[in-house]
Design a protein around this ligand. Sequence first.
Ligand code: SAM
Ligand code: DTB
Ligand code: SF4
Length: 328
Amino acid sequence: MTSECRTTESPDAAVVTPPRKWTVAEAVALFEQPFMDLLFRAQQVHREHFDANAVQRSTLLSIKTGGCSEDCGYCSQSARHHTGLDREQLMRVAEVVEHAKAAKAKGASRFCMGAAWRGPKDKDMDTVLAMVREVKALGLETCVTLGMLKGDQALQLKEAGLDYYNHNLDTAPEFYGRIITTHTLADRLDTLEQVRGAGINVCSGGIVGMGEGRAGRAGLLAQLANMAPPPESVPINNLVAVPGTPLEGVEKIDPFEFVRTIAAARIMMPASYVRLSAGRQQMNDELQALCFMAGANSIFYGDRLLTTDNPDADRDEALFERLGLRAI
Ligand code: SAM
Ligand code: DTB
Ligand code: SF4
């Protein structure tokens, strides 16, 4: 069963039942299927909702780098970790527009601007709003990830032409406090509600490979899938273990378990774009192909994520060519 609305026949009229809710145990049961059965089901669900040979491409740009007040254990940009990252002020609008033009010329359909903030200060909003307006005017879809929103910031972003807001749940509720202590999962959910309320598409996912275990991965996906409606876009990040962060030495996730996570996300959120996100640079082409097979249909495109490397456009073009994938 999927989280779609189902119509059941009745003598009088069709009765529409609400989308199903996933328990963590049901999500774990998906992960525990034989690998081939899980992939087959995920591929079936994928084909019911999407062109299985089309992949959406978003390009990322860090518009404000490092020096963040938060203590997220995975993050190179926290001022509390010693990662050797150079801090950079909020970028000028003209520079952002140059990056966006280059991303468009390379074939990206969406441009995502990320800031290392707990949340945007009101004094920074005018600059960010100008970035959104100008990137939108280039004919690109716009996305920002700025941390927690307050007041009417979500509405201001919507008015400027924002299409997507990225704000990840990051991990399962039970594991959250082991990774982040300076804000709560409830804070994150509150921002997502504001984003939804403003009529902006939601991009929300998480990170795996932080030592969360299978129940942790299942718990993250259940929480995302049970949002009403689920996020339009679901980034699944494989931890990039950055030296100097508390998670630098954590054991890597088994690649097949990563593919299972993608497959479970596809089955649990059949109509969402599932983005194969951070960690692609460390994956070979065969593993990425398995992720696409499991239902991933979006990537970050361009040689940089926020502070770490991503495959360059030539490598991705070659992979798409070899697999017969079409960029959208
Ligand atoms: N400060 C904002 C926030 O936290 O929402 C926006 C930027 S933050 C870097 C965006 C997301 O990137 C995080 O929520 C996390 O899921 C992901 N991320 C950050 N560092 C990562 C890493 N080393 N490996 C994998 N994903 C990472
Ligand atoms: C998301 O889920 N992944 C992107 C984007 N949203 C902003 C960020 C990945 C960051 C990886 C580590 C870095 O480059 O700093
Ligand atoms: Fe700051 Fe975002 Fe990094 Fe957390 S993930 S430390 S909020 S930039």
